[in-house]
Ligand binder design. Structure first.
Ligand SMILES: Nc1ncnc2c1ncn2[C@@H]1O[C@H](COP(=O)(O)OP(=O)(O)OP(=O)(O)O)[C@@H](O)[C@H]1O
Length: 362
């Protein structure tokens, strides 16, 4: 019922007075993609979404939807629809009139727009509430009304600004599943702004990690998690230790990282000049504790904290030149060889579980 189109963001910038919120970002979002713009507060994700929607002007660059350059078109002429964080429903209108509103603005006659609105409410399983007003609905139902209202225009892409943030944790997880199902059913692209890496991992086909108005990485969630491009991405996604050091050797098997004052580590990545500064990311769940170092690779950490998590145990450690190192071990492994706060333990990992990170030129 809707048509899908590729979105091409070409060298788009947003400048507010003296603040550059978005620095010439380029991104292609294939048709029918669930894309999450992910990053901390102020990284420019909302500005990017609003520029795609046409609610914010583009300072430079172009936005293409399908074959059309929509950069200077008003929101209603772009083929996009936006769902706002606050849902922005009309309190005095019932659900049918809320959902039919944009068709009314377009001059669609009453009977036809009400029929379409009812169809949309049916898709959202809201038919029984058609004559209610928004205040007579739960938070999750209000969100579905806002979705119905955005989708009635049959957009080529739906833009969602923190759509789950107003919901309690239980409903958030349920609505998350509903959003994904809806996107799959409609086959159009959803572009969803969030600061939650867990939400982005659960939903996206394409995660775009933003930092200070730039894209640090745009890839499938599994790639972002297993191959973070930069130290920022590794830290933001979590479950990684980032260690800074210098390249000791760079061979065919990948570079060997030496941390000043710390140990020598194997890591995977492109070859680097010996002596060059480098960051590596080590998966917290791949750290081996208490095993002899293979080939002398690893470091000795002092346990500073132990947290029991049920199926796993989280150890906080520090070593020479390395602060805040985390190791997650299974409960079975931990209790087979328990350690306590203050113990010095050998820490190591297989080379393939450590990767050399890139550095963005800002
Ligand atoms: N209308 C505006 N005028 C001036 N500066 C703005 C305006 N809107 C946003 N900014 C600035 O641009 C930068 C990016 O803001 P933006 O809202 O895009 O970030 P965000 O990643 O969506 O953040 P949040 O998660 O807090 O909404 C911030 O430094 C912000 O202060």
């Amino acid at each position: 019922m809707t048509k899908a189109a590729e979105i091409d963001i070409a060298a788009v910038s947003k400048v507010y007075g003296t603040t550059t919120a978005v620095h010439a970002i380029s991104l292609k979002i294939p048709a029918g993609t669930y894309c999450c713009l992910l990053g901390p507060s102020g990284c420019g994700k909302t500005s990017t979404l609003r520029m795609i929607a046409g609610h914010e002007s583009v300072s430079s660059g172009d936005i293409l939807l399908g074959n059309a350059n929509v950069t200077d078109l008003p929101p209603a002429k772009r083929g996009t629809a936006m769902m706002f964080q606050s849902y922005a429903l009309f309190p005095h209108l019932d659900l049918v009139d809320n959902v039919a509103f944009s068709l009314k603005m377009k001059g669609v006659e009453k009977e036809a727009r009400q029929r379409e609105a009812l169809e949309m409410l049916k898709l959202m399983q809201l038919e029984p509430y058609a004559t209610r007003r928004p205040a007579q609905l739960s938070g999750g139902q209000q969100q579905r009304v806002a979705l119905a209202r955005a989708l009635i225009t049959k957009p080529e892409a739906l833009l969602l600004d923190e759509p789950l943030s107003a919901l309690d944790p239980f409903l958030k997880i349920r609505m998350r599943a509903e959003l994904k199902k809806l996107q799959t059913t409609l086959g159009i692209s959803f572009i969803h702004v969030t600061h939650s890496q867990e939400e982005a991992m659960a939903l996206a086909d394409l995660i775009v990690v933003m930092n200070e108005g730039r894209i640090e990485q745009a890839a499938h969630p599994r790639t972002v998690f297993e191959r973070p491009a930069t130290a920022f991405v590794a830290r933001f996604m979590g479950d990684h230790n980032v260690i800074s050091g210098r390249i000791a050797t760079s061979g065919e098997a990948g570079p060997m990282i030496e941390v000043i004052g710390g140990g020598r580590f194997a890591a995977r990545g492109p070859s680097h000049e010996t002596g060059a500064p480098a960051d590596i990311a080590v998966r917290t769940d791949r750290v081996r504790i208490g095993q002899e170092f293979a080939d002398g690779l690893g470091f000795t950490g002092i346990v500073s904290n132990i947290e029991y998590r049920g199926s796993s145990v989280k150890l906080s450690l520090s070593g020479a030149g390395i602060e805040d190192f985390t190791a997650i071990v299974s409960d079975a492994d931990f209790f087979a060889n328990p350690v306590k706060v203050g113990d010095a333990v050998p820490l190591s990992w297989p080379a393939e579980d450590a990767i050399v990170l890139g550095r963005l030129q800002h």
